[in-house]
Design a protein. Structure first.
Length: 422
């Protein structure tokens, strides 16, 4: 039950969290200021905004405009060189690629394309720094906002983080620097940055490139803690975790407080197939896990998204890359010419269907799931430009009804509910 002493502004802010729509990007802290909102780790294990000072209705109006939990934005410029796929959206080019450095490629989460592009950007001076995420120094399972100015900084931040992070919690002060930078993050983080560009023109001026990982979500904190227990490392004893790498995807490497190291396969971590994925409610209804709105999006490329545990330790890894803008294409070409990225076969959106079938399903179900949420009184998600209505028109009505009704049922059952942040 809502605290009767809360202001209307607090109620509106906390509604995003309480309905399970917060993605934990941290942008609301930057919009409101740290004296008003702070991102804090909750007992649930998520990072959520906490109101710590005065909060005006006008500020919450702005947060409602930019929050990626309820607004999914593209913000791409017109581009005559790009084509449009119904499922995968804007693309200038689709290609297999990987970092040109074999050791970095092997240690990377997949083919290391994001690491290679970041290395090129800092080496070339094309940007002053990279804004991305690295493993948290204080919360081993989490990520934290990180700035990379050198190659060593980039390598320190390489590798996937399947846990909460808040990369945009101080985007305002970073823009105040007046320096050009690139951003690497989840699709929802890119949406947040694109939303923010509509109220702060410095984003378009200073964020030279937006790069996204194609994202299927991450384990809920409860499920993650259960995985650690099964691995013999209670959460309180966790000192370090490497979610993947040293192969593709490579083993999960867990170190406890006593320095003992345990290894588990990627399939041990996630389970076999998407039906076993225990991910946050907002991730289940995400209409854009594919990085629309980014200049470049990089994806895993396993056949039918199935990992072979017998070969993952030896697979060097290759990314399936969607280049969405001309500036993204120029970046890829420059990184290849400079020896930081290597490319392989050109691919098509139908290859992406094969690599990422769960992303196809999310697009096909997106409109019905959002409709079900709104029909139950939820906030829903505004996602103009993502073709959800057109995609829904191609689907069987029974399929859409199942998706709509399933979301309504989960919402009524409280699957989306989170406690008020403290």
């Amino acid at each position: 039950m809502l605290d009767r002493c809360r202001s209307a502004a607090k109620d509106r802010l906390y509604r995003i969290v309480e309905e399970g729509m917060c993605t934990g990007c941290g942008l609301c802290q930057s919009v409101a200021g740290e004296d008003s909102i702070q991102i804090r780790t909750q007992a649930t294990g998520y990072k959520r905004p906490v109101v710590v000072g005065d909060l005006s209705d006008e500020t919450v109006d702005t947060i409602y405009q930019v929050c990626p939990g309820i607004n999914v934005s593209q913000h791409l410029p017109a581009d005559a060189s790009a084509s449009e796929d119904l499922i995968w959206g804007r693309n200038v080019r689709n290609v297999m690629a990987w970092t040109a450095q074999p050791d970095v490629r092997f240690k990377a989460s997949t083919g290391g394309v994001m690491t290679g592009l970041a290395q090129y950007l800092v080496a070339s001076g094309d940007v002053d720094f990279i804004l991305h995420v690295k493993a948290s120094d204080s919360e081993p399972a989490f990520g934290e906002r990180h700035l990379s100015f050198t190659n060593a900084d980039v390598i320190e931040a390489s590798g996937s983080r399947y846990g909460p992070a808040a990369p945009l919690l101080d985007i305002g002060p970073l823009l105040d620097r007046g320096q050009a930078f690139a951003f690497i993050g989840k699709p929802c983080d890119v949406s947040a940055l694109n939303n923010y560009a509509r109220i702060d023109p410095r984003v378009d001026e200073l964020v030279r490139y937006k790069l996204a990982i194609v994202c299927g979500g991450y384990l809920t904190p409860d499920s993650f803690n259960g995985f650690l227990e099964q691995a013999g490392v209670p959460r309180k004893d966790l000192a370090r975790i490497r979610y993947r790498g040293n192969g593709c995807p490579g083993p999960v490497e867990i170190e406890n407080a006593q320095g003992e190291v345990f290894f588990r396969s990627y399939n041990d971590f996630w389970g076999e197939g998407e039906t076993n994925w225990s991910i946050p409610f907002r991730c289940k209804i995400c209409p854009n896990g594919i990085g629309e709105g980014a200049d470049i999006a990089a994806a895993d490329s396993w056949p039918d998204c199935q990992v072979d545990s017998a070969t993952e330790k030896d697979d060097p890894g290759s990314n399936a890359v969607i280049v969405r803008t001309s500036s993204g294409n120029d970046l890829m070409n420059a990184a290849v010419e400079a020896g930081f990225i290597e490319t392989g076969d050109e691919i098509t959106p139908r290859d992406m269907d094969f690599f990422q079938p769960h992303q196809v399903l999310k697009k096909q179900a997106g409109m019905a799931r959002i409709e079900g949420l709104v029909e139950e009184g939820g906030l829903g998600i505004r996602c103009k430009g993502h073709r959800l209505a057109q995609i829904a028109d191609t689907m069987d009505e029974d399929f859409l009804k199942r998706q709509r009704d399933g979301t309504r049922r989960r919402f009524r059952a409280g699957d989306s509910e989170e406690p008020t942040p403290v």
